[in-house]
Design a binder for this molecule. Structure first.
Ligand SMILES: [Zn+2]
Length: 512
């Protein structure tokens, strides 16, 4: 993937700095054994290092000071004296996983529910897509509002505590406030009216420590291009939604580093682009006056897109993404959530126990609003549409487009930590090998972050973020869910400690 120097993300530096701080906690928390001070050795384990090399059985991985210090055959590499030993017989070890599209909660939610669930599910890195919510978000410690992100100050505090080892959590790459048009979709976003405000918003976000600029759907073309230009000048990447007013081609050429949710991709993969454009324009010119009218408009659009679906139609666009180095974060998990709220299996997922009731309440409220206008036929249409989205992800992968695993967690029917494993399984449904799916959550995020020297693979010198699995994830991607232990910044979270993390997160969710 070609990414020019001026687009080298500022966040590469953050990740490297965070990685350089060894795990030196002096008072281990109740739920982990501190291996940061000591040395840890996982013995007789099969190593899947994510470089694409074949799995290496009967290996020993030595961890010290938050880093992997040695990897070698168990019959020749003896664990250092005094090392904490983890018997990896029959087990598999992979680098820690990244969820490249999350939305953090407010401080108490994050500490008691989100961070423990990330770690318990092997998620040792996250990219927060709304890392600095302003206005209403300032009250988030006291007023429950699941729809708003944290402030930059909160995120930075978590990062400092996590790096110091006083808080157990993943590495965090955090975006700016949402830069949206004059009438933002979400309260607390920055409302950008013109190019001067666009440029000022980029400068402000960088001053407030954002790792990247988050662009949103309502930006005008002029404001968007001003953001792109200002971000390029200042060496900070921009990523997010491709605005309605901007084509995917222009966004790729403008240097948008990642595009989320396959926005406009079904339209791009249509053999009848003129008919799609006419219908979208007509619907946009006639805002619906009732839920049933809105449903009828969406029904017409989705039906046309389903009937005209063609991967050949979007092949040139995919080549453009490859040329421009534009990454895609499909977030299939949240896209499925858009319709699966009408499915019993979805609404009765046992993982609801790990979500605060206030959250599941708004998820259900949304689906109750949809239910009267969402017919059985609509459900079939929506499932076909989703199958096409999966096929688009497969086509992107075959074309060589960089695809990253991300969930959009905090949205309906998406779960902290565990949904990332669903995303990986859907990548395999899309045609990825299990290895390629795992790479989309390990080495590919490391490449995206310009941090392959420390992250993403399992080798001496890399950070000690590891997941030990009870079964082979290359034989069945669902085996990523069979987690035996996690190592995060060199700290061992064994199966007992992991269960404690899950239990405490569940009881916190139940009581919130
Ligand atoms: Zn999102």
């Amino acid at each position: 993937m070609r990414i020019s120097c001026e687009r080298r993300p500022a966040w590469a530096m953050c990740v490297l700095l965070a990685a350089a701080i060894s795990c030196n906690r002096s008072t281990p928390g109740p739920s982990t054994r501190d291996a940061g001070q000591h040395t840890l050795a996982i013995t007789h384990v099969t190593v899947i290092d994510m470089t694409g090399a074949p799995p290496k059985p009967a290996m020993t991985v030595v961890v010290s000071g938050g880093r992997i210090t040695a990897v070698g055959r168990s019959d020749s590499l003896s664990p250092p004296a005094g090392a904490v030993l983890v018997d990896g017989t029959g087990k598999y070890v992979i680098p820690g996983l990244w969820d490249m599209h999350v939305h953090s909660g407010f401080d108490r939610y994050e500490r008691s529910i989100v961070l423990p669930l990330d770690i318990a599910n092997g998620v040792t890195g996250v990219r927060d897509m709304w890392g600095d919510c302003s206005g209403p978000c300032a009250d988030k410690d006291t007023i429950y509002n699941p729809l708003h992100g944290p402030t930059a100050e909160m995120v930075h505090r978590w990062e400092r505590e996590i790096a110091a080892g006083t808080l157990l959590g993943p590495r965090i790459v955090a975006g700016s406030n949402l830069l949206d048009g004059p009438h933002p979709f979400w309260a607390g976003s920055a409302a950008i009216h013109d190019t001067a405000e666009a440029r000022a918003a980029v400068r402000d976000a960088q001053r407030r420590g954002a790792d990247f600029i988050k662009v949103y759907s309502g930006l005008s073309r002029e404001a968007y291009l001003a953001i792109a230009d200002e971000a390029k000048r200042r060496g900070i990447p921009f990523a997010g939604h491709v605005p309605q007013a901007v084509s995917l081609e222009d966004a790729a050429d403008a240097g948008q580093l990642s595009m989320e949710h396959l926005i406009k991709m079904p339209e791009a993969c249509s053999s009848r682009p003129a008919a799609v454009a006419r219908l979208t324009e007509r619907n946009a010119a006639h805002p619906p006056t009732s839920p049933s009218e809105g449903a009828a408009q969406i029904r017409a659009e989705v039906t046309l897109l389903n009937e005209s679906f063609s991967l050949a139609a979007c092949a040139p666009l995919l080549a453009r993404f490859v040329h421009d180095g534009t990454w895609q974060v499909p977030t299939l998990t949240v896209l499925r959530g858009l319709y699966c709220g009408q499915d019993y299996a979805c609404t009765h997922d046992p993982r609801r126990e790990y979500v605060a009731r206030a959250d599941t309440a708004w998820w259900q409220a949304r689906d109750r609003r949809l239910a009267p206008v969402f017919t059985a036929a609509d459900k079939r249409t929506a499932k076909t549409y989703f199958q096409h989205e999966i096929q688009i992800v497969g086509a992107m992968h075959r074309a060589g487009v960089g695809v990253l695993a991300g969930t959009d967690v905090s949205n309906p029917w998406v779960y902290w930590g565990s949904s990332l494993h669903d995303e990986l399984a859907m990548f395999v449904d899309a045609g990825f090998t299990p290895l390629a799916a795992l790479q989309a959550a390990t080495i590919e995020p490391a490449r995206f972050l310009h941090a392959t020297d420390t992250l993403g693979t399992l080798a001496p010198g890399k950070v000690a973020d590891l997941v030990v699995l009870d079964a082979d994830p290359l034989a069945d991607i669902h085996n990523t869910q069979r987690i035996s232990a996690i190592v995060v910044r060199g700290q061992l979270v064994d199966s007992t400690a992991r269960q404690r993390l899950l239990d405490s997160a569940r009881s916190a969710a139940q009581s919130m």
